[in-house]
Design a protein around this ligand. Structure first.
Ligand SMILES: Nc1nc2c(c(=O)[nH]1)N[C@H]1C(S)=C(S)[C@@H](COP(=O)(O)OP(=O)(O)OC[C@H]3O[C@@H](n4cnc5c(N)ncnc54)[C@H](O)[C@@H]3O)O[C@H]1N2
Ligand code: MOO
Length: 435
């Protein structure tokens, strides 16, 4: 088959089941939520969980969200500071040069200047009392024991006064701010050794399927497990902490292990892959029913990925069990990616206390066929001007998304060339990589 033909066949597959009317629902005839409603539901589910907080060393807070305001612990700068290498001077020039060394950054409190005196000073050094200005080295000259300025000297020039950036107790950043590398720097500058933050949500990944190989070439109806290597690092980039990845068979033991995980896992979120449809060994639904889980989303009107689901496990009241969730990703690899972006990303962001991603659009470079009723998520590369749709976007394919920067959200019935489409950045393409 030529590449074009195979890409076309993948498109047919992506648009499969088009004869199904929207009201008949998602996989197995269940009622599918619209794509945007599914995402909103995931956000609300995360926001409904009582937040936890912890106190961690600065380095461990990166990518978490502040659970307490970042108040200045001291004035910044905490002393009047020279902004330049040069001379601290008192009064009008010329000045007589103080002998016996320079005032350096970190050195002891220098003696006050007397009127008409100058002392050599380094950037970041403490300003001697009674200094009226700092003159940059390149703006003055020394002649004998005298210092002459080459240009007018303004009172206070090149002195950073104590408290210029903040006073002790000032609010530097409010609760809810994301701890970025810049925030770590600010917190350190302001005297913090630890921060109070919301911990990353804990995620356990359960990969379902008897047909999955962990090494070597696919053979005899078996395929390589493409999801275990992908999901852990991906979910990590979404700001969560993966506490484990397990493979479970499609047999009764696998179903029992899934039920045990659903009822006892210490993770905030269980992410399963496969077994979401209505095949003979698709046991995610039966297990959730048995565990008394509440299905918040059961099928989404999105291609690929429509059998994805979101369930609430346990309840915060009255028995005090923490609320946990399960995101069921379909087994087809690109369908699983669709589920990650549609349900797992918004849920995990909300659980971590993070704001939703800023939404933006880009014009698409070519016509993109649509599904009659459902949203499509299509891998795209972003150029300066366009979102360029990529081939190999069939539900079972990762070739397109592996070359992509983002997924474009294609509305039902498709998009015309030049039409603005919402863009979902892949986590490594634009920002967020440090989380
Ligand atoms: N009667 C119906 N059949 C199917 C429907 C439907 O609505 N009615 N939906 C189709 C769609 S769309 C998808 S997507 C899949 C979802 O299936 P499951 O979530 O139950 O997943 P599996 O059946 O276990 O696997 C599907 C497919 O993906 C491969 N797979 C599974 N896990 C992995 C992995 N870790 N790495 C690589 N590939 C994996 C698996 O071998 C299958 O080929 O259902 C359709 N059927
Ligand atoms: O086709 Mo299925 O939409 O989820 O891969």
């Amino acid at each position: 088959m030529t590449p074009t033909n195979s890409a076309e066949q993948a498109l047919d597959e992506a648009l499969a089941l088009v004869s199904r009317a929207p009201e008949s629902g998602g996989a197995g005839g269940r009622r599918a939520a619209s794509w945007s409603r599914a995402r909103d539901t995931a956000v609300r589910a995360g926001q409904g969980v009582r937040p936890r907080t912890h106190r961690v060393p600065l380095a461990d807070a990166l990518g978490e969200v502040l659970a307490a305001p970042l108040d200045a612990l001291s004035d910044l700068p905490s002393f009047d500071t020279s902004a330049m290498d040069g001379w601290a001077v008192a009064g009008p020039g010329p000045w007589s040069v103080r002998t016996g060394g320079s005032v350096l950054a970190g050195s002891e409190r220098p003696d006050p200047l007397t009127d008409g005196e100058a002392v050599r000073i380094a950037t970041g050094a403490r300003i001697p009392a009674d200094t009226t200005a700092v003159i940059r080295t390149e703006h003055c000259r020394e002649a004998g024991s005298q210092l002459f300025a080459d240009r007018p000297v303004l009172t206070g020039q090149d002195i950073r006064p104590r408290g210029q950036e903040c006073r002790s107790g000032d609010l530097l950043l409010p609760t809810g701010s994301l701890v970025t590398p810049a925030v770590l720097g600010l917190a350190a500058a302001a005297g913090y050794d630890e921060l109070t933050t919301r911990p990353r949500p804990l995620v356990e990944i359960l990969v379902l399927g008897d047909e999955l190989l962990t090494e070597g070439l696919p053979h005899e109806g078996l395929v390589r497990d493409a999801l275990s290597p992908m999901l852990g690092p991906w979910i990590d980039r979404l700001g969560a902490e993966v506490i484990g990845t397990r493979r479970l068979g499609d047999d009764p033991e696998g179903a029992a292990a899934l039920l045990e995980a659903v009822t006892t896992s210490t993770a905030d979120v269980l992410v399963t892959t496969g077994g979401t449809a209505s095949g003979p060994v698709d046991h995610v639904h039966p297990v959730l029913r048995k565990a008394g889980a509440e299905l918040l989303v059961d099928g989404v009107a999105v291609r690929p990925g429509h059998p994805m689901l979101l369930a609430r496990l346990g309840s915060a009241t009255p028995d005090g069990n923490p609320v946990r969730h399960l995101v069921g990703l379909p087994g087809n690899p690109l369908a699983a990616v669709s589920g990650l972006l549609t349900l797992a990303d918004p849920l995990l962001r909300a659980l971590a206390g993070r704001r939703g991603r800023p939404r933006y659009t880009a014009p698409v470079q070519a016509d993109v066929p649509g599904h009659p009723y459902d949203t499509r998520l299509v891998p795209v590369q972003l150029s300066d001007e366009h979102a360029v749709p990529l081939r190999y976007h069939g539900p079972a394919m990762l070739r397109g998304v592996a070359a992509a920067d983002a997924l474009a959200v294609v509305p039902p019935k498709g998009a015309r060339s030049g039409q603005e489409l919402e863009i979902l950045d892949l986590p490594w393409a634009a920002g967020g990589c440090f989380t």
